[in-house]
Design a protein around this ligand. Structure first.
Ligand code: ZN
Length: 306
């Protein structure tokens, strides 16, 4: 999916300075600011979450109101900020992360810049199920990853080389927790071609066409309906022509607090879609870890990807 403006948010900091502090400190010392929230006092103090070079917001406030242009962030010049040359959020960067060696990929995993997801958790953790509240927030035990087996991952896009790397058995809920930080991390999902930034591999259901993705894909869409059948529930999500039906496990929905009240929230789900009828796409999502409602406070980030 080609994104015209790829920088979903900037890291605004009064403390962190380019050239003075370490790149690794930026996230801890800054707050996430989407282009629409940028104010003049943030000028020169807002940085790219991936390459940590200064960003400018364009156009300035006056031009936005006059010309109805969408606000977006831009990197500085490549000459002045060489660290930004290879940034995956540069407009022309090809989607897909490239690691030159197994060691570099392993280091990225250690630094939490990359995660290899072997599979989605199939059943919920034991416990009383009070691990998710009504706003869709999870506590940490609900989403703790398990170690997965070492997984063959193609890490060098050009030569097709793959390496065996440690993986996790994870949940879409874990992606939804600290969602902005995850958007700028690399992930290798089950059936991925190669590792990519999360922001480059979230597929909006409003962009679906009859040429459906052939593989399991991570989709997101706004919930427009919820129905209880005898054996399953159906979560209905908006799509380009009508709706997407997601068949789910009743007990999992209950534990996740997904109900009629979830209408208007965004659902993230990993699935292989099929055509159920002329205008309806459908899928079964029966693994506990393969779907989640996005906490409302993150709507502004996902709306930039629609
Ligand atoms: Zn950057």
């Amino acid at each position: 999916m080609e994104q015209k403006h790829r920088i979903v948010y900037g890291c605004y900091s009064d403390v962190w300075q380019y050239g003075q502090h370490d790149k690794e400190q930026l996230k801890a010392l800054s707050v996430e600011v989407i282009p629409e929230e940028f104010s003049p006092q943030m000028k020169g103090k807002t940085f790219c979450p991936i390459c940590a070079t200064p960003l400018s917001r364009t156009p300035d406030a006056d031009a936005i109101s006059k010309n109805n242009i969408t606000a977006h962030y831009k990197h500085g010049s490549k000459k002045k900020y060489p660290d930004s040359i290879k940034c995956e959020w540069r407009v022309n960067a090809k989607p897909g992360l490239n690691y030159e060696s197994e060691e570099i990929a392993a280091k990225a995993i250690e630094n939490k810049e990359l995660a290899i997801i072997h599979s989605w958790k199939s059943t919920p953790p034991s416990g009383d199920g009070n691990d998710i509240d009504d706003t869709g927030e999870f506590d940490r035990t609900a989403i703790e990853d398990e170690n997965g087996p070492n997984t063959e991952v193609p890490i060098a896009r050009h030569n097709g080389k793959s390496f065996s790397l440690p993986s996790n058995i994870s949940t879409v809920m874990a992606l939804c927790m600290n969602f902005p930080a995850n958007l700028s991390r690399g992930f290798y999902f089950p059936n991925s071609q190669y590792p990519m930034l999360l922001s480059d591999q979230l597929y909006s259901t409003s962009k679906l066409t009859d040429d459906l993705p052939k593989k399991e894909t991570l989709f997101f869409g706004k919930i427009i309906g919820f129905r209880e059948l005898s054996a399953r529930n159906v979560i209905e999500v908006e799509s380009s022509n009508d709706l997407v039906k997601i068949y789910t496990d009743k007990s999992y929905d209950e534990r996740k607090h997904i109900s009629k009240k979830s209408k208007g929230s965004y659902l993230l789900f990993s699935a292989k879609l099929y055509s159920e009828s002329d205008s309806v796409y459908a899928c079964k999502v029966l693994n506990w870890g393969a779907y989640s409602v996005l906490p409302k406070k993150y709507d502004k980030y996902i709306e930039a990807l629609r």
